[in-house]
Design a protein around this ligand. Structure first.
Ligand SMILES: [Zn+2]
Length: 175
């Protein structure tokens, strides 16, 4: 799947299998929120970010309305990923909104700003993926912090998204 943000000119590519994996992880923790880190690489003159995988926190606190991940072990894991070929770097965060829309809450927005200012994982334009998860399917919302403002992404191929949702509805249907 490819997401575009015309205003910024940075596109996001994420494999359907990874989306599926994140949805399953979220579904395992439903009706509480769940999430983790997104790692990947910038290509095409930094105009495109490919999200390759997720790194899950060892510790986290979550409820139906909040998710807070720990930082334990993350520095080492990210260090190992950076030495891979191709090198993978931290690009942002993801979490679920059980029975909710994939829209950032006030807490989500301030968390994204905190990340951008954090000295250990300094990235200027962190991504945020929110998965609105219900027992009938899911909805993805991608966001990026750019010049201290949060911009949303749109799926490049709308039709593909619909197909994907139908597929997931079947997978999770009746659960
Ligand atoms: Zn949230």
């Amino acid at each position: 799947m490819k997401f575009v943000c015309q205003h910024i000119g940075l596109s996001i590519v994420i494999d359907d299998k990874l989306v599926d994996q994140l949805c399953r992880l979220g579904s395992d923790h439903y009706p509480k929120e769940y999430g983790g880190l997104l790692v990947g690489r910038y290509v095409n003159n930094n105009k495109e970010v490919i999200i390759e995988e997720t790194v899950l926190p060892k510790k986290f606190k979550s409820s139906a309305f909040s998710f807070e991940r720990g930082v334990e072990g993350l520095r080492k894991t990210l260090g190992d990923l950076s030495r891979r070929n191709p090198s993978l770097i931290y690009v942002g965060e993801w979490h679920t909104h059980p029975d909710g829309r994939p829209v950032p809450s006030g807490t989500d927005s301030s968390a994204l700003r905190t990340i951008a200012e954090h000295k250990d994982v300094f990235i200027k334009n962190p991504l945020l993926l929110i998965i609105g998860l219900s027992n009938t399917g899911y909805e993805l919302g991608f966001y990026v912090l750019y010049k201290n403002e949060i911009h949303s992404y749109e799926l490049e191929y709308n039709q593909q998204h619909k197909t994907e949702i139908n597929l997931i509805e079947k997978t999770y249907g009746g659960k």
